[in-house]
Ligand binder design. Structure first.
Ligand code: ZN
Length: 490
């Protein structure tokens, strides 16, 4: 660099100007909640060009299967991304006054769609979800999920296979902890006109309905093998009347919450349900001898963090500016755990009351090196940049998501399912049975749906739920022994 400066001086009698602090932060469209919502509602509202005649043929199952598959592939891979691209460039960007120099590539549009779970799949009777074979998903399942489940196994209440009325007798070696009950949580939606067998599958779970499919119910429930459906934990949300165009429950919940408060609170309904309903309901039904092992899916809301959580991504390099006010961290020094404030004191001469930023946090830990950059394009070690150093600090590594914090602070445990592995959650069978009941008792009115929902949920017997739990465990065993079969990278 000194040579370069010298050369510049020799050639032009000028010294280079520093660009420090002049770089714009990189910005992903998807990081902006308002844009993300716009994109989601667009994607879900069928505004792309679809040949109507072909769609009719397809939906009446008149198209030759191979032709139908071909046509759908074309829609998914070209027409929808093309429509999304146009929408973003001609409508969304001008509206939010965003300039995109090169426009949006088809690949970007496809990536956004995939991120929204938008892939066409055959709607099969048995549960089937794509994405299993992705190497990161396989790794997460094999290296995190299954070992974590194995760790809990000796404490789990289980019933005998083939004799689900009787509990499996277990006496762990060190029986100090309370026994664990596996509780499965999930969300689903049901519409008053739920009687169709074909649809677009979104987020791996729910068929996608045409706009104006009517009012519906969004359910968030918990089941366990000891008592079955946890009625008191159940949470129902109505939708559809004033929110036409938003089809899926999850999106809807987010939409409503966004309109009511700020985006950062959108996960709050889940915590509210967790704190006010699920945990108390579990404790009332099971008593003090049991802890809950709550199984939740890996969706965005569930991996949300508290607004002052220790996350490097929310920090700047230097003090002050726009960055989160994090809670205290800690580090080890000569065997002592030392608390570190992430905000300078009010009487600090230079940065009173300001967030410290990465540099000063690292200085405080004796880890700062001159020239350390924020992050690398391709990291080479766990100390090549400030991001790596901080991410490997014990307090940052131990940062838990909000769901974990709420569950664990109440003395319970939770486990996140690997992505795309909804079939590992035995509550999927519960939804299947609930929906069957609703379909069989459907008269296409919303009031009937409302009246039927609690009956449908209560109609499933606990013995059936125990059998589903066994089915799920067979699945897990299968994953353990046949990981080679799935892992195509091997
Ligand atoms: Zn790095």
């Amino acid at each position: 660099m000194v040579r370069r400066w010298a050369r510049k001086w020799v050639n032009s009698r000028e010294l280079p100007v520093s660009f420090r602090g002049c770089h714009g932060k990189t910005f992903s469209l998807y990081d902006n909640p308002a844009i993300r919502d716009e994109l989601r509602s667009f994607v879900r509202s069928n505004k792309w060009a679809v040949n109507p005649e072909k769609l009719v043929e397809f939906s009446k199952a008149k198209m030759v299967p191979t032709a139908a598959a071909h046509y759908l592939e074309h829609i998914t891979n070209f027409e929808i991304p093309e429509g999304l691209k146009k929408y973003m460039e001609l409508e969304l960007f001008p509206r939010i006054q965003l300039k995109s120099s090169k426009g949006i590539s088809l690949a970007t549009a496809r990536r956004l769609l995939r991120r929204e779970g938008f892939q066409f799949q055959k709607y099969k009777k048995s549960l089937y979800y794509d994405g299993h074979e992705r190497p990161d998903v396989v790794a997460d399942r094999q290296q995190r999920f299954l070992p974590e489940m194995a760790k809990y196994e000796e404490y789990l209440v289980e019933y005998i296979i083939g004799d689900v009325e009787h509990e499996l007798w277990k006496m762990p070696n060190n029986f100090v902890e309370r026994r664990l009950v596996l509780c499965a949580h999930d969300e689903m939606t049901a519409q008053a006109n739920d009687d169709v067998g074909k649809g677009w599958i979104f987020d791996g779970a729910q068929p996608l309905w045409k706009k104006g499919a009517g009012r519906g119910l969004h359910q968030s429930d918990v089941i366990c093998s000891t008592v079955g459906w946890l009625q008191e934990a159940s949470h129902t949300l109505e939708y559809g009347k004033n929110y036409e165009g938003y089809w899926t429950g999850e999106l809807f919940v987010k939409q409503v919450l966004v309109s009511l408060s700020s985006w950062s609170d959108s996960a709050s309904s889940q915590y509210w349900q967790l704190k006010e309903k699920i945990i108390p309901a579990f404790e009332r039904v099971h008593g003090a001898g049991f802890r809950m092992l709550l199984m939740v899916d890996n969706s965005q809301g569930h991996s949300a963090y508290a607004k002052d959580a220790l996350l490097m991504s929310r920090m700047n390099m230097n003090p002050g500016g726009k960055q989160a006010h994090l809670w205290d961290g800690w580090f080890m020094h000569h065997g002592n755990k030392i608390t570190q404030h992430m905000i300078f004191p009010q009487d600090h001469p230079e940065f009173p009351g300001m967030p410290k930023g990465m540099k000063y946090v690292l200085i405080g830990r004796g880890l700062w090196q001159d020239g350390l950059r924020v992050r690398c394009k391709d990291c080479t070690s766990n100390h090549c940049c400030a991001k790596q150093v901080l991410d490997h600090q014990p307090d940052f590594q131990a940062q838990k998501s909000l769901v974990e914090e709420v569950v664990e602070s109440a003395g319970h445990r939770c486990i996140f399912l690997p992505k795309f592995h909804c079939e590992l959650n035995f509550i999927e069978y519960f939804w299947g049975a609930t929906k069957r009941y609703l379909r069989n008792n459907c008269n296409y009115t919303f009031s009937t749906l409302q009246a039927n929902m609690p009956k449908a949920l209560a109609s499933v017997e606990v013995h059936t739920i125990r059998k589903w739990e066994h089915r799920m465990k067979r699945w897990m065993e299968h994953c353990k022994h046949f990981s080679m079969f799935y892992d195509k990278t091997l």
